[in-house]
Write a protein that binds this ligand. Structure first.
Ligand SMILES: Cc1cc2nc3c(=O)[nH]c(=O)nc-3n(C[C@H](O)[C@H](O)[C@H](O)COP(=O)(O)OP(=O)(O)OC[C@H]3O[C@@H](n4cnc5c(N)ncnc54)[C@H](O)[C@@H]3O)c2cc1C
Length: 350
């Protein structure tokens, strides 16, 4: 039977390690337990908040209502036609462990998304992406339970309305649905993706170590598992480990501006990092803007900006309120200096 506990500390359930308390808390490991939790919420007139691994939330205060931690497991090959295959994964599976498992099975496609913290069920919420690949490119469908009615349905690519760190679940569908399983389209045939600048740079450095023969291309020599290892090692060198320095990864989205605006910005800041979105818009590095505005390494009241990566805010023993206040000052100073509005990436609960 489902166990619902009163007054549970969420400190170990969020990677900022913020000392928020859930009024009620339960962990569900099946569809039946989820239905039980929803029925309990309805009966006791308590709102429901869903939590995965807490790596993309900022808990500013305590959470009223029932916090439901999703721990539904399972990885299943549901179809295979020649090299194309589909797997269905329980929402509570750990994302990086899934990536490793798929590579071990020879199911390729998720390698660029290695070492992203969190659970599988949260991955579609902001269409996780890294090193040139977004979840939407490997997505087949997902299963959701409607919070209010308990109805179960399948949603496909067009239903999910994926965008850059965005989806239906962050827009009109916010807080309406609980994702219980996600299906991915992978391939038994490796087709590595190495165009992302930071990945390409790392490969150039590894050129001699890889002992490539004259005329050989990276595509001939690199396996998806090697890409996963390289991406993991770049990430380890660039991002602070939340277990050591509590953080939620990128705190702001990289802003998207017009090509004209980017050209004007580049005149003044020739070394700014930008990526062509091939639709007349450019994505520029928010970390660069924050660093140039003088925030890198800044600390106050137990919170700060990481000294190696300005895009990452860190909790050094402060509060969610202090993190939000620092974020707001950073947003104001970047807006004043560059005329660019930064958008917060994690979900803020206050
Ligand atoms: C060090 C670090 C590096 C990171 N790097 C990246 C990166 O490279 N790319 C990237 O895209 N993200 C990155 N992130 C952000 C984060 O890892 C992802 O957004 C991840 O998918 C969040 O998963 P989670 O289980 O921790 O979600 P949570 O933080 O638990 O939840 C996030 C939101 O999703 C909702 N949610 C969670 N599970 C479900 C569900 N099953 N159904 C419905 N709603 C749900 C929650 O209610 C909440 O609003 C990084 C974070 C950290 C700490």
């Amino acid at each position: 039977m489902l166990q619902i506990t009163k007054k549970v500390s969420l400190q170990k359930y969020n990677t900022f390690a913020l000392p928020s308390t859930a009024e009620y808390f339960c962990s569900v490991s099946s569809q039946a337990e989820l239905s039980e939790a929803l029925a309990w919420g309805k009966k006791h007139k308590q709102s429901i908040i869903i939590l995965g691994a807490g790596s993309n939330v900022l808990l500013v205060g305590d959470l009223a209502g029932l916090v439901v931690h999703i721990s539904i497991l399972g990885i299943e090959l549901t179809s295979q036609k020649e090299d194309d295959l589909v797997i269905k994964v329980g929402a509570g599976e750990n994302w990086h462990q899934l990536v490793l498992k798929t590579l071990e099975m020879g199911w390729n496609g998720l390698e660029n998304l290695s070492l992203i913290p969190g659970c599988v069920g949260a991955a579609p919420i902001q269409n996780i992406g890294a090193y040139g690949v977004e979840l939407s490119e490997r997505f087949d469908s997902l299963e959701v339970t409607h919070k209010a009615t308990g109805d179960v349905r399948r949603m496909d690519l067009s239903d999910c309305q994926f965008g850059y760190r965005d989806s239906f679940f962050k827009q009109s569908g916010q807080d309406e649905y609980i994702i219980t399983a996600v299906s991915f389209r992978l391939s038994a045939k490796p087709d590595i993706c190495i165009e992302y600048p930071a990945l390409k740079q790392a490969l150039m450095k590894l050129h001699t170590q890889l002992q490539m023969k004259h005329g050989q291309s990276f595509h001939e020599i690199l396996t998806p598992k090697m890409i996963s290892d390289i991406v993991s090692s770049i990430r380890r060198s660039k991002l602070p480990d939340p277990a050591i320095i509590p953080n939620a990864g990128s705190f702001f989205k990289n802003p998207v501006i017009s090509l004209e605006a980017e050209t004007a910005l580049k005149k003044e800041y020739p070394d700014i990092t930008s990526y062509d979105l091939y639709n007349g818009n450019m994505k520029i590095a928010a970390g660069y803007l924050i660093e140039k505005a003088g925030w890198k390494g800044f600390q106050r009241n137990g919170v700060g900006v990481h000294d190696q990566q300005a895009l990452v805010l860190v909790n050094l023993g402060g509060s969610g309120y202090e993190l939000l206040s620092l974020a707001s000052d950073i947003q104001a100073s970047v807006l004043e200096k560059f005329g660019i509005a930064l958008e917060i990436e994690p979900r803020v609960y206050q």
